[in-house]
Design a protein around this ligand. Structure first.
Ligand code: EZ4
Ligand code: CO
Length: 401
């Protein structure tokens, strides 16, 4: 007889930062978890799940992952968007966890088995000054990372994305505000990578994130000016609303481009992929509808020589990392995985079997996703409202963060 879903619980906790987790339980005694965290909008996803999704799950056969996915996506007239797709992702990943446990297999086996033994990953480094950024880069290289993202403070700007700022004014719990000047940034960025190559040589992969700040022609200029330094990728050069503007960027630079951590469906990257305007697709499991949907994105990407480079900052929970590593173990067109260490207290809430060694990531071998949540521990770390930053030009104009 088919198993059935008996309960679905939304667990919001803050062991160092906020995470939203969905736990699904079945009549046969299996359970699975999925991540639904959207940083800065956590309670919107929690409510979407609690009020609208959970009632639709009870009684359903957990084995029918595709049908549940279609029911929640196609069956909701108001489709897509980060909140909806994160909620669907949490259900989807929890159901894959359950299916893999029922099969007694680690999840990557269900997806088609291992294409590789381990996964290349990259870490973040930053510094308020060029010297501090280079010291951080050298430390990461010494620690054994093969791929390193480099962000450096721009002279004349106080607080910019990716650079730890000690002097942020108290905003009374509202978002911190950064400042931005594209001309200053475009002049400085090549100097950072010229110095970075001098410090770590040719073999370390260097990455950089422009975090949606540039206009199309500025993005083309940046890509061109960084060509001598052989970047692994340049990320999110323009805001994501217009895929078409990447045609201009692509015509003018061979610097590899990665885009899409904020994408939530295949429609967000269809043009980027089919016109080969990018080299790496960043859309990942929690924000793009789970394994069921990201597999479609990855397969489309594979047809066009685009590889995966999943978002993996610390605000994507260890549950998403577990899912990404099973996915990465299988997906034929794997490229690289972003890797950030989660706050220490998250280890009290989540117990996982994936690991990091010698600059590489390894999926675990236990049945399912290989991660569990301790609900009593989660209750000790209640939700705390927090926001991502906003960003302004130096004249006060609100800009993309
Ligand atoms: O800004 O995860 O490449 N990584 C990034 C991250 C994102 C945050 C947003 O939630 O751009 O730092
Ligand atoms: Co990014």
């Amino acid at each position: 007889m088919a198993d059935r879903i008996t309960a679905a619980k939304v667990i919001v906790c803050s062991p160092g930062r906020n995470f939203v987790t969905l736990k699904i339980e079945t009549a046969s005694g299996l359970s699975g978890i999925g991540d639904a965290t959207v940083n800065g909008r956590e309670m919107a996803v929690a409510a979407y799940l609690q009020e609208h999704v959970v009632p639709c799950l009870i009684g359903r056969d957990p084995a029918r992952i595709e049908d549940v996915w279609q029911y929640l996506y196609r069956g909701a007239y108001w489709r897509r968007g980060p909140i909806t797709m994160a909620a669907i992702a949490a259900v989807d990943v929890a159901l894959w966890d359950i299916k893999a446990k029922a099969a007694g297999m680690p999840l990557y086996q269900l997806l088609g088995g291992a294409s590789r033994s381990h996964m290349l990953c990259y870490t973040h480094t930053d510094g308020a000054t060029l010297d501090e950024a280079m010291a951080a880069l050298e430390r990461a290289a010494e620690a054994g990372y093969h791929a390193i993202r480099v962000q450096a403070g721009v002279p004349g700007l106080k607080r910019i994305y990716g650079v730890h700022a000690a002097d942020a004014p108290d905003m009374g719990g509202l978002p911190n505000e950064g400042d931005w000047d594209t001309a200053k940034y475009l002049r400085f960025a090549p100097k950072v990578f010229e110095e970075a190559r001098k410090r770590v040589g040719a073999d370390i992969h260097l990455l950089h994130d422009a975090h949606h700040r540039l206009l199309p022609n500025e993005a083309a200029q940046l890509g061109k000016s960084l060509e001598p330094y052989d970047l692994f990728w340049l990320e999110d050069v323009t805001p994501v609303e217009n895929q078409e503007v990447l045609r201009h960027v692509r015509r003018h630079t061979t610097t590899p481009l990665a885009i899409g951590e904020v994408f939530n469906s295949i429609w967000d990257c269809q043009t980027l992929i089919t016109e080969q305007l990018i080299d790496y697709i960043r859309a990942t499991i929690v924000h793009a509808g789970g394994i069921t949907h990201v597999r479609r994105i990855a397969d489309l990407a594979g047809l066009y020589g685009v590889r995966t480079g999943f978002h993996g900052a610390a605000d994507l929970s260890p549950v998403t990392m577990a899912a990404a590593l099973h996915f990465g173990r299988w997906v034929p067109n794997f490229g690289i995985q972003e890797y950030s260490i989660h706050p220490k207290d998250s280890q009290q809430v989540f117990q996982w079997d994936w690991s990091f060694r010698d600059g590489y990531l390894f999926s675990g071998e236990s049945p399912g996703l290989g991660i569990t949540i301790d609900e009593a521990a989660a209750a000790r770390f209640p939700y705390q409202r927090a926001y991502l930053d906003v960003n302004r030009l130096t004249d006060g104009t609100l800009w993309n963060w």
